[in-house]
Design a protein around this ligand. Sequence first.
Ligand code: HEC
Ligand code: HEC
Length: 309
Amino acid sequence: MNLATRLLLVFSVFVIAAGYWLTDFDAHFAFRGDGRWKPTRAGDPANGKVLFAAGGCVSCHASSGADDRLHLGGGKPLKTPFGTFYPPNISPDPKDGIGRWTETQFIRAIRDGTAPDGRPYYPSFPYTSYRHLSPDDAIDIFTYIRTLPPVSGKPPNHDLTFPFSIRRGVGLWKLAFLDGSVIEPESNHSESWNRGRYLVDGVGHCAECHSPRNFMGAIIDEKRLSGGPNLEGKGIVPNITPDKTGLAAWSEADIANLLKDGFTPDFDSVGGSMAEVVRNTAELSDVDRMAMAIYLKSLPPIQGQMRSK
Ligand code: HEC
Ligand code: HEC
């Protein structure tokens, strides 16, 4: 072996080792505070129920084909450009669901995107938004889920295209794109504005559909909420910032009403995945829906694509 070959060999080993180390995001870079988190109060299932509705958990985790949306057996195929995901069973079943999970494991899953065995979750589970939940609120969701019926059976494995099929790569994705910031209440804004922001940018995960993404599937921050291609259907997901290509002509009440009954100010009813979102936001209070509307109308307008009628 000459020197050049040897150097190349050493270099390759180094690159592989660095890659291996970097993709193990959770070992090195996780937002570790949660591991040390201690409950400050007992879980509140009533608050959990509200946040569970705001988070639209049933839209993905309801048992495929079941009539009762509160059977969280999972398995309803979620088609994406990266392949098809089959959301797992998150019912309180001890064997096939999350019945044996601890509170800390749940917080790590929903806020850090990390499984109990340390592996990263794909961001098709929108922990990129849920990570803004306060630990107490996350525990309330967990407490509520534990009051629901256990469902047995595990959905099939995800069917993803290479290289997305390599779960480890998600560690690197998280390192690059997972936002570690916390949503702190801003005292120069009203309580409803702060509540609206918490719901829209956090558990409501509105930006996950209403924003364009880069080639790695991460939301383009400067264009957040200004609409984007519809990954699950045809056409576009509309701009919901107050730009003229978005909600400029909508009043706060118009937005709050849409989130309650699915009707736009022109008496069209929303379809596609938004119809499913409205089934969830319809379960919230008028106060919470108005808070989301107030927050959306306060955003800087961002130009998006004009919708064709
Ligand atoms: C857009 C679809 C979607 C929504 C909405 C969603 N999830 Fe998930 N969830 C997934 C997918 C897909 C996975 C699996 C990710 C993976 O395998 O990496 C998952 C995984 C999980 C897991 C890990 C389960 C396990 O067995 O490891 C938990 C816990 C969970 N979700 C809870 C929730 C809760 C609570 C909500 C509502 C606040 C929610 N999810 C909303 C798609 C979703
Ligand atoms: C799963 C994807 C998805 C999520 C999550 C989502 N939306 Fe939508 N939304 C859509 C789609 C698709 C449409 C277009 C529906 C149609 O035209 O029939 C839409 C339409 C709308 C509209 C009507 C806009 C118009 O110009 O007609 C508003 C307002 C809206 N969404 C607000 C929200 C808010 C607030 C949230 C968060 C609580 C949210 N959406 C979460 C997919 C989503």
